[in-house]
Design a protein around this ligand. Structure first.
Ligand code: GTP
Ligand code: SPV
Ligand code: MN
Length: 585
């Protein structure tokens, strides 16, 4: 035992009685303990050691073939009243769910060890840090949590006798997909995850705590927990301005967060700094601005498509002390995935562990395969990464994959309109979620799978926050994914996205004009810098065009979506929808 906190000790004992592990190991966060766990994982095959010269300190891991992404259909918010979970979450009465889970957890750790992981979301001891204890029977989870969060005994020190921590119980159990549950009990600050071994379902500090539970805490305490990257953009004058971005899963947060400016920009002195790539906790500061911290300590990034061209900073981050899940395992103990380079390896094993030949035409890495890398490895990690006060946010960008409707960028008229713009976000589905890839779905603020309470109450909370933020960031919508009729992307994306972010930040500081349109402010074509790009002003004009017919159809879709929320839908949002329709007609 590493703590005498009776709330922790009692709970650990109670859960151990339920799960019946052979023994309990208290994780202290030390490298020596983590290394002996890795060795144990190598011995049992739970982990595979990678080539220490190519990838020092790195390990390989496969999740079960039926367990490769989050499972929204089996993710529950078990608050007291069903109406508080809302139409976008699965709900079950807490008593009923506890009873059901008890049966599944009973003896689930027999023959295994239960690890007790003390972790912090945010810098330990900082005013906004929040603590969690995760119990798990997976070594993969222990070593991953040690990268993604701040794990160690200083969490016990910071907690003292306090009961103010989030309880998380995870058991792989049988990895039975029929008995897989990812459950949140917001009123008990408790998370229970069973029968999965996939990151997003089992690294409980991440989506479960830092988004679903934290969104409830934010509602009650007056802040926001968001599925957002945080990026610092340094201009040639040396001023750093911060932007947050909410894009659905696998839609470019990690890429934008680690952006490398285009060559001409680098020459002129532009630099970008990564504060976070997935989660932001946002609070109004005493100065009336919105301040953001990244509660995480690492990146759990999509591997496919990550290359030295698209995201060299992500690649560099994962070159040491990282974990690779469900990618291709090379003969030499290296790793590979589609989109890394044009040289697929010979004699490699695919994500399922089978011999694989790229000539088969079947991808070797799972499309949702991931790397888990320490934030401090990132070459462009912001000097403010650990600043307990966070960074002041000048702009928020929402975005998704929209082949046709959404222009490259448009800016909302004000905070409330910005909340509307976030609420109507939609995106073509990616492999990070269940369901058919490519299908369009509404994903408000990229929080559809992560909001821990009624989505309409969440929108109201955003509107209310606007009143507390006297110096609000501008809110814009971006779309890197517009295509031509053959399905080719019209915008080069990646580093060139800085050209768009630059415009948004200039708007935030009143440095550039814009033109009003039906949907909000659009850039004048000459104000998006195209220097060094093979793109004409006409092509840019096309990217910025608003097709009224498509938008009117969009309005119908929004109306239908809003209809799901009944009486709780904030009147303000319906007003914004009516205004939009009026503008288009
Ligand atoms: P989660 O970790 O799932 O929350 O996702 P994320 O939003 O961090 O996604 P990520 O940055 O890893 O995006 C992954 C996918 O988006 C890859 O397929 C990238 O190639 C693609 N992508 C990212 N930025 C761009 C861009 O600017 N243009 C285009 N066309 N694709 C992009
Ligand atoms: C996402 O799906 O948005 C992720 C990966 O960031 S996971 O942690 O698995 O949810
Ligand atoms: Mn995410």
């Amino acid at each position: 035992m590493l703590t005498e906190n009776k709330h922790i000790v009692n709970w650990v004992n109670e859960m151990a009685q339920l799960c019946c592990p052979d023994n309990i190991v208290w994780i202290d966060g030390s490298e020596s303990q983590l290394q002996s766990l890795r060795e144990e994982g190598f011995a049992t095959g739970e982990l595979i050691k990678l080539n220490d010269e190519l990838l020092p300190g790195c390990v390989y891991h496969r999740s079960a073939v039926n367990d490769v992404a989050r499972v929204e259909g089996r993710t529950y918010i078990c608050c007291e009243k069903e109406e508080d979970a809302g139409p976008t979450n699965n709900w079950m009465a807490p008593d009923e769910m506890y009873a059901k889970l008890k049966e599944i957890y009973k003896g689930s750790m027999a023959g295994r060890t239960m690890y007790v992981i003390p972790y912090s979301m945010g810098v330990v001891g900082s005013p906004f840090a929040k603590y969690g204890i995760e119990l798990t029977d997976s070594i993969y989870v222990v070593v991953s949590m040690a990268i993604m969060t701040r794990v160690g005994t200083d969490v016990y020190k910071a907690l003292g006798d306090s009961p103010d921590f989030i309880k998380g119980l995870h058991s792989k159990a049988e990895l039975d997909a029929e008995k897989r549950y990812i459950v949140h009990f917001p009123q008990d600050n408790t998370i229970m995850s069973v029968n999965s071994g996939y990151g997003g379902n089992v690294l409980l500090g991440k989506k479960c705590f830092a988004l679903r539970i934290a969104s409830c805490l934010g509602r009650d305490e007056g802040w926001l927990a968001e599925h957002m990257l945080i990026l610092g953009v340094e201009n040639p004058k040396g001023e750093v301005r911060y932007v947050c971005g909410a894009f659905p899963s696998a839609c470019g947060k990690t890429n934008l967060a680690m952006l490398i400016p285009p060559e001409g920009y680098r020459k002129d002195g532009w630099k970008c700094w990564c504060v976070g790539d997935d989660i932001a906790w946002l609070r109004p500061g005493p100065d009336g601005r919105l301040w953001a911290v990244n509660p995480e300590n690492g990146f759990f990034g999509v591997a496919p498509g990550t290359s030295s061209k698209t995201n060299p900073n992500a690649l560099a981050s994962a070159m040491k002390n990282s974990i690779f899940t469900n990618v291709v395992l090379k003969e030499d103990g290296g790793v590979w995935w589609e989109g890394m380079d044009k040289n697929p390896p010979k004699n490699a094993l695919d994500w399922k562990g089978n011999p694989w030949d790229s000539a088969s035409g079947v991808p070797g890495a799972h499309p949702n395969s991931r790397f888990t890398a320490p934030a401090k490895n990132c070459p462009c990690i912001s000097p403010e990464f650990e600043n307990p006060a966070g960074v002041p946010i000048s702009a928020i960008v929402f975005g998704g994959r929209r082949a046709k409707t959404a222009p490259l960028v448009y800016q909302s008229r004000d905070w409330d309109h910005g909340v509307f713009v976030g609420s109507i976000m939609a995106s073509e589905k990616t492999a990070a979620a269940e369901g058919k890839v490519g299908e369009t779905r509404r994903d408000p603020m990229a929080m559809l799978p992560f909001c821990g309470y009624h989505m309409a109450d969440y929108w109201q909370h955003w509107l209310d926050m606007g009143k507390k933020i006297t110096n609000p960031p501008v809110i814009a919508n971006v779309n890197w994914f517009r295509t031509d009729d053959e399905g080719h992307f019209l915008w080069p994306g990646f580093g060139d996205n800085l050209r768009v972010i630059r415009w948004v930040l200039e708007r935030a500081f009143g440095e550039v004009e814009a033109r009003e349109s039906e949907i909000g402010f659009l850039p004048n074509v000459e104000d998006i810098d195209l220097s060094g790009l093979d793109m004409s002003a006409d092509e840019l004009g096309e990217l910025l065009s608003v097709d009224k017919e498509l938008w009117l159809a969009e309005c119908e879709g929004i109306r239908e979506f809003y209809g799901k929320f009944g009486e709780k839908l904030p009147a303000k949002l319906m007003e914004e929808l009516e205004k939009l329709e009026g503008n288009l007609k």
